[in-house]
Ligand binder design. Sequence first.
Ligand SMILES: Cc1cc2nc3c(=O)[nH]c(=O)nc-3n(C[C@H](O)[C@H](O)[C@H](O)COP(=O)(O)OP(=O)(O)OC[C@H]3O[C@@H](n4cnc5c(N)ncnc54)[C@H](O)[C@@H]3O)c2cc1C
Length: 463
Amino acid sequence: MPLSIAIIGAGPGGFYTASALIKSHPDCRIDFIEALPTPFGLIRGGVAPDHQSTKAVSRAFAKTAGHEGVAYFGNVRLGQDVSVAELRDTYDAVVLALGAPMDRELEIPGGDKPGAFGAAAFVGWYNGHPDFVDLNPDMNVERVCMIGNGNVALDIARVLVKTPAEMATSDLPDYAAKAIHGAPIREVTIVGRRGPAQAKFTNKELSELKDMANCVPLVAPGDLTKDLPDGPNNQMSERDRRLAKKNLATFRDFARRDPTDRRKRLRFQFYAKPVEALGDARIEGLRLERTRLQNGRAIGTGEFFEIPCGLVVSAIGYRMVPIKGVPIDAETGVVRNRCGRVGPGFYAAGWAKRGPTGVIGTNKGDGDAVAALIAQDAGPGGKPGREALEALLRARGVRWVSFQDWQRIEAAEIAAAEPGAPRRKLIRIKDMLAVLGQDSAESQAIADNCPCVIGRSGNISQE
Ligand SMILES: Cc1cc2nc3c(=O)[nH]c(=O)nc-3n(C[C@H](O)[C@H](O)[C@H](O)COP(=O)(O)OP(=O)(O)OC[C@H]3O[C@@H](n4cnc5c(N)ncnc54)[C@H](O)[C@@H]3O)c2cc1C
């Protein structure tokens, strides 16, 4: 019997797993179960709206979705519409590729004041992710602090300081463009505990800051002479050393810039750790402690200073949302697994497996590994799979979205785009479902089977 495999989550981790399985088990049946009507995970909801070329990988994923034997069940949430136990009963193999969608909290006094956000929420807001479109950050601020020294911090800072003309070829939703471009932002500071040589920025993203129309990148020259890649304080791999040298060359360029050259400034504040969010009713600033490196670790020096700011976004890591039946490691915040194996017939891939590290392509190795594990473990197959899932969803009145349905939603987004922009994103699930009307195969089937109403989540519930 062909194997029936459920992949939960249609981001890169899920799609790389599906394409590896298509190669290793050409006759298997693969069903994607995805919480949103829209596929591609963080490619749509995380990757910066002005980095459209990075999103192009989703075209290859769409081909995988169109493969015979692959089906897409969008708008179906694990833990809400269907349980882990039900899927494990129904499928020969279940792969968790749910990502790690929750922010790690900024654990400092005042870190939960209004005006402080995690990067998952803030990026989700400006990327039109349905879970975050109502975040409504108060953008009436002149100064912003970003906490974290990875590409996510760079993305957010860049999106906040670019001009409307620079964002014209992006898919930044209208409400976010209005809020960001109407904000009186003059300065964004990116804060890191360690030095420029230890920052995780890729040089391509860092170098992009050289040529912004209205913003000058700045760094203190004194920070560029400490803890150098070849110095005694650094036990770096050869790869990290090469990256650090490239980044230092870029920072040297920033250190020579004239701060009055452009209207906005993007400052890199190295060797500083936030210790308190200041303000009464909302954030008015950050108190920080200067640090120095000792054996690669940032140690507080006992010297403190403050940066005034009305908005703080922390990009300090992600973890998973707890779901019954998904074992989550308390320390790492991701699925407890051994090289991708969670239990019999139960696997993990992508960020859910290894945590929030690496680029889109890094997830390919996880997909290959899961396909190899499934080949190793495979029993005779024969669990009911897709038909049983469809029956279960119909009985619950869940309106799922097929891949063809998603392509109709996408066509509507492309048709509504401003000239030069790739799409105008639909940001509410009800508006996505409205594009499909009553004529999608699934809604017709549901209508035939039960009297239903469309609920707030966009799912259909029994009247
Ligand atoms: C802000 C940001 C910017 C990034 N920019 C880049 C970049 O420019 N270039 C690059 O190479 N990499 C970038 N990355 C990294 C890249 O996006 C990740 O490596 C990749 O998306 C991880 O894939 P994943 O499938 O594990 O998780 P995700 O992409 O998060 O996909 C997980 C999927 O699971 C779904 N899901 C979650 N919970 C449930 C549930 N209960 N039921 C059903 N489905 C569920 C989600 O809706 C989502 O579609 C960025 C990451 C972030 C956070």
